[in-house]
Design a protein around this ligand. Structure first.
Ligand SMILES: [Zn+2]
Length: 97
């Protein structure tokens, strides 16, 4: 997976970088588009169109699962500052690949 990381405690709207759909609004409402495959936090998956977390027998974190995806996928990973920092992951399939 191609990874784009940022460190912040702010909550942002998320727009698809390919079609511009607002995938997550400020109320954390999720609107999928055909590129979006996964949204998760350190607490678990919120949206998982491929069922990535279904075969999670070893109780891996979202991050451990998504980082195994190949380079057709692009993950935007946000890491909050400790001690209250939340991790958030949003993963898209790059349809140009
Ligand atoms: Zn899209």
């Amino acid at each position: 997976m191609q990874k784009i990381e940022k460190t912040s405690n702010e909550f942002y709207e998320q727009h698809c970088f390919q079609c511009g759909e607002k995938n997550v609004d400020l109320n954390a409402k999720i609107t999928p588009c055909k590129h979006l495959i996964f949204i998760g936090t350190s607490e678990g998956p919120e949206y998982d169109s491929l069922g990535l977390m279904k075969n999670n027998e070893e109780d891996k974190s979202c991050y451990e699962i998504i980082e195994k995806l190949d380079d057709k996928y692009i993950g935007f990973c946000q890491f909050g500052h400790p001690p209250n920092g939340m991790e958030a992951f949003i993963v898209y399939k790059d349809l140009n690949k």
